[in-house]
Write a protein that binds this ligand. Sequence first.
Ligand SMILES: Nc1ncnc2c1ncn2[C@@H]1O[C@H](COP(=O)(O)OP(=O)(O)OP(=O)(O)O)[C@@H](O)[C@H]1O
Ligand SMILES: [Mg+2]
Length: 343
Amino acid sequence: MSEKKEVLHVGIDLGTSRSSISASNGQRHVVESYVGWPLDMVARKVLKKPVLVGREALDNRSMLDLHRPLEQGLIKDGSEKDEAAVRELLWHLLSLVGVDREAKNGVKVRAVVGVPAEALRVNKQQVRKALQDAVDSLMIVSEPFAVAYGLEELLHTMIIDIGAGTTDICVMNGRLPTEEDQRTLTQAGDFVDDQLMRLTRERYPDARFSIHMVRNWKEEGSFVGTTKAPVVVTAPVNGKPTQLDITREMQQACESILPSLTESMLDLLSRVQPEYQERVRNHVVLSGGTGLIRGLGQRLEQELQAVGGGKVKVVKDPIFVGSDGGLAIATDAPDNDWERLSG
Ligand SMILES: Nc1ncnc2c1ncn2[C@@H]1O[C@H](COP(=O)(O)OP(=O)(O)OP(=O)(O)O)[C@@H](O)[C@H]1O
Ligand SMILES: [Mg+2]
C-alpha cells in the first residue's frame, strides 16, 4: 500500500518575530520572520534572488516589498502576499533542515506546528493551507503546550510564553490542555516596542529613530522594577548623534504588560483544582523572548504573594524550546493523532 519512505519529524515554532525548526536529523535553525520580494528590476539585479527570507530580507529592506506575515500570532488575514510569505518562510525552514522543495527527495515530513493558544481554531486552516504541499502529516498544537512538552513540565505547572505578538499562558494538568486551561493576550514584545517608541518620542521630539532601533534598545536594556545603571541610547538629533537617557521610558514600557499579565495569571490559577493550586503556583515557567525582561520573574513572584506565594523559573535560552517541544511531540505521537495532508 505505501512504499517505505524515510520519515523526517520536525517541530516548527511559527513566531511573530522569529521562527524556529528542530528536526529529527539533528538540525536546528532559527530565522527572523521576514520575507521580501525585490521591488523592481534594479533590485532584482542587485539581489540576484526572487525572494529573500529572514535576516537577509531585513538587511536589504530598502530594496524589498518586505512582509512580516505573522501579526499577533495570526497569519495576517486577507492578504495574498502575507499568505505567500508564510509559505516561503515555512519552505525556507524546511530547506534549512534538508527538505528539497523541488524533489522532496523521497522524504516524508511529519510536522508539529505551534500557534498561539486561542488562535488555534481560526489559525488551523491558514497553517494547513500554507503547509499543504510541504508536509505529509501535520499536527497543530498550542504554543505553550509545545513549550511545556519540550521542558517536560506536564503536571501541575503553568507556562507563560511571552513572545513578540502574543503572551500565551497555559496550565498543564498532566493531559492535553483544553481551551479553559489557556489564555492568549495580545500584549507582548511588539506592544512594549510601541510604548517605548511613543514615550521616547514624547520626551525627545527632535530625535530620529526607527522601530528597529527601539527594539534593539529594549533587548539591551529592558527591565521592570529598579535598575542600577541608567539606560542611555544614542540617536541623531538634528543630524548629530546624541545620548538620550530613556531609563524611565524603558521601565514604563516594560511594565505596561504587567496588569493584564498578572490578572490572567491569577485568574487561571484560581481555576485550578484547589488541592493543586499551591503546586502550580510553585511551578510557573516563564519563557519566550519577552520573558527575558530583567526582573520580570521576580515581579511575578511578588504578584503571587497575594495568593500565598509561588516560584517563577525563567527559561534563559528560549529560542528553540517551542520547536524542540514540537519535535518531541512529533516523535511521541501515535499514527492516528496525525492529520494527513498529502503523499
Ligand atoms: N532581553 C530581552 N528583553 C526584552 N525583550 C526581548 C529580549 N530579547 C528578546 N526580546 C523580545 O522578545 C520577542 C521575541 O521573542 P520570541 O522569539 O519568543 O517571539 P515570537 O515567538 O517570535 O513571537 P510570538 O510567540 O508572539 O509569535 C521580541 O519582541 C524581542 O524584541
Ligand atoms: Mg513564540
